[in-house]
Design a protein around this ligand. Structure first.
Ligand code: NAP
Length: 305
């Protein structure tokens, strides 16, 4: 059985399901996609619920997302997850979408319904559930620093914090203009936007401002490999701070290692992966409880990102 499918495999069912025990009904599409842990998580939940379906990885080129989604719809797929770099292109292909997906400009979950291709975004609520599980509270009333706030994940997490009622947002991004654009969008789209400050990672006041924040969120792509430095220096952390790294790898990320050594309470991105995945599963199969089977599958899987 292939580890990674491509758009040509979406030509017909015979080709797609050759030798498989269950028909492919769900997938993650992205590029690259070979490392995704979504198949392990979702297959465990499908099996636990006795659903006759297989979850596969499909490598799709940019600009081919619309064609891929239409082929999946025509082949009778239930839905798919969308990962980097297709979240914006997928939104453009949808016949309908959740308001939060339109606010974020990105979808990570597609459902094929009688009314067409429907897009939603479970990254934002998945982050909030993960934050709550990790720290026993929501970002409401907290001063939150988001490193990498101009990237796809960063703007999603910034919007999630704003919608959850964070009192202050410090948006840090290497390309400062991108964080400025996010701040502007939050100001115009959020009902009562938090006080928002945009900083360059080189700003001399960054560490003092970071130490004053209640929680630090990393949404840069730094930390994926063991030798990459954390996105913020040691001087940005203080004992008792909450640290949420959206990145995950096989073993602790450099940010989790550093911040824990400085007395912070820290988690990596697996918890967000888990919760966004469980919420996506419930979009496809309302009334199911996939969280614990997905959690066990994730715990028994080494590596991935
Ligand atoms: P993206 O859109 O490519 O954004 C990457 C971000 O990282 C940008 O803010 C970028 O800054 C910054 N960056 C990259 N290299 C940097 C460097 N050397 N120094 C400082 N900043 C740097 O990627 P994404 O989709 O947002 O994903 C970001 C990370 O979040 C990835 O590791 C991804 O795996 C993780 N993620 C996790 C989950 C989960 O469920 N746990 C979900 C989504 C994403 P510029 O804007 O200046 O380029």
């Amino acid at each position: 059985m292939k580890e990674v499918f491509d758009i040509d495999d979406l030509a017909d069912r015979v080709r797609l399901d050759l030798g498989a025990a269950h028909p492919a009904r769900l997938a993650v599409i992205g590029r690259p996609v070979a490392h995704s842990l979504s198949p392990q998580m979702h297959q465990a939940a499908l099996d636990a619920h006795g659903i006759d379906a297989r979850y596969i990885r499909i490598d799709i080129a940019p600009a081919a997302v619309g064609e891929a989604l239409r082929r999946m719809r025509d082949l009778g797929f239930t839905g798919c997850n969308v990962t980097v770099p297709h979240k914006i292109e997928a939104l453009e292909t949808c016949d309908s979408s959740e308001p939060v997906a339109r606010l974020l400009g990105a979808v990570n979950t597609i459902a094929f319904t009688n009314d067409g291709i429907h897009g939603s975004n479970t990254d934002a609520p998945g982050f909030l559930k993960a934050f709550e599980e990790a720290f026993g509270r929501s970002p409401a009333g907290l001063a939150m620093l988001i490193a990498g706030a101009g990237g796809g994940a960063g703007r999603t997490l910034a919007a999630a914090c704003a919608m959850a009622g964070a009192s202050q947002l410090v948006l840090v991004n290497r390309t400062v203009s991108k964080a400025n654009a996010v701040a502007e969008q939050l100001r115009s789209a959020t009902h009562s936007p938090p006080e928002t400050l945009v900083l360059s990672p080189d700003d001399p006041s960054l560490c003092a401002i970071a130490r004053d924040c209640d929680a630090i969120v990393n949404a840069t792509s730094l930390g994926l490999s063991a030798d990459e430095p954390p996105s913020l220096p040691a001087a940005a952390f203080r004992t008792g701070q909450m640290v949420f790294d959206a990145v995950y790898r096989n073993g602790p990320t450099s940010l989790v290692r550093l911040s824990e050594s400085l007395g912070c309470k820290s988690v990596d991105g697996r918890l967000m992966l888990l919760h966004q995945g469980a919420l996506a599963f419930q979009r496809w199969f309302p009334g199911t409880e996939p969280l614990e089977s997905m959690r066990r599958a994730l715990q028994s899987t080494a590596g991935g990102s």
